[in-house]
Design a binder for this molecule. Sequence first.
Ligand code: NDP
Length: 469
Amino acid sequence: MSCQKSLKSSQQSIPSYTSITVTGAPSENIDEAVDNEVVFEFGGPLGVTAMMIGFPPLMYYLWGCLNFYGGAIVSPLNLDLWKQIIDGAYPTWHATTIYILFALFQLFLAYAMPGPIVQGAPVPSLKGRKLDYLCNGLTSWYVSLIVSFVLHVYGWFRLTEVIDEFGRLMTAAIMTAFTLTIVVYVVTVATNKQHRMSGYLMYDLFMGAPLNPRIRHVDLKMFVEVRITWVLLFYITASAAVKQYELFGYVSAPMWFMVLAHFLYANACMKGEECIPTTWDMTYEKFGFMLIFWNLAGVPFTYCYSTLYLHISSLNNNKPLEHSPGFTVFCYALLLIGYYIWDTANSQKNRFRMIMNGTYIPRHSFPQLPWGTLENPTFIKTQHGNLLLTGGWWGIARKIHYTADLIMAFAWAFITGFETIIPFFYPIFFVIVLIHRVSRDMHRCARKYGKDWEEYCKKVPYIFIPGIY
Ligand code: NDP
């Protein structure tokens, strides 16, 4: 049946998810072609080399401006700034041990905790075989929270150490990320398990050599994406909140906001972990500097600038920053609206795909939001075999979940006020990341789905904001 002809009939309502069977084998040839195609992203070998060299100094510079100059943009040629940075971020065994023990503890939890096993998407380079993923993020997350609470209460590891040792922990994270990038690359090439290589050393280091690296059943890509990044980000903020409480006897509304924001994000990644194995990052991206550095060091130590600013400004002014009740309520509302759309849009698509593939497992983790699972959604059945959802949030805009994520990102920055631009680094950077990500994804989907993708784009013409763009 041609996809053109079948389009109308395939945009049907689903009477009941269980009564529909997906027919038509996925086109392995096109999947393989897309999977093997080397596309030079990020400015190619030169662009990625510049990023690998440029990211760490940028992180140190922005942290230095926040930590030593209250968020003022100081000249990067100011030698005093760099002396202070070296002093505050000098590598120590103490900070490196904290970081490594944290990562190893998370690895142990990922290995040992119970959770459902979910199948990923067919892997073209494994002849369409689906890999199993143990999704124990939620139990690991709860155990982490309990263990860190006990360690703090009994004084074995004070949570405030995270914010006190921020600069040195960041150095430990950066060193770990570079080391892991090189080790993973060398081991993969030495064992001849490399995939989709460009032949340019720096580019291959950046994009990665292995597609599905594992330690026993622990998938390393999923591990760093979920278990280090967001957990560490949450701990940085929780640490700043505890510090504020110890110094001032209370936690301000903006600091509570950041605790809530980072808790919601980390918690969402854990509670929806079973949706991750079929995502683009798992099926297509490789395990290189981009994923390793960004998850081990970049995200936790840059997405936290709002928290850092609230922390530093309370030390500098001898009192925590507060806003008018109206502005505070506005920021909380923005965060919760953004979160609601983001959470439900992601779960609508992922659950739809899982239900249709027969891999759906109902979970009752907190919070389960209304409209997270669609009843009778419309969709397009592609000639490839995959289904493209056109109902729910996915009928409103093709990347509405990106828009919602951005709304949250801007809310995180707004809560710091407008005294310094540094907390806006994350939302501004994120706009660039998501626009680039959209263009990569559109290119890949257009190639994969051909005319069906064109029809889908006609049916859902807007990308980010319905009626506008
Ligand atoms: P998406 O969730 O948009 O996944 C894109 C893939 O979904 C496509 O390649 C396609 O895969 C499939 N797809 C696209 N449209 C449809 C549709 N209508 N129906 C069914 N399937 C569809 O992208 P990401 O993986 O980038 O993002 C996931 C979440 O992670 C987002 O909420 C994003 O905001 C967040 N994120 C956060 C980042 C951060 O740093 N904070 C960074 C990156 C992402 P297929 O080939 O299977 O059809």
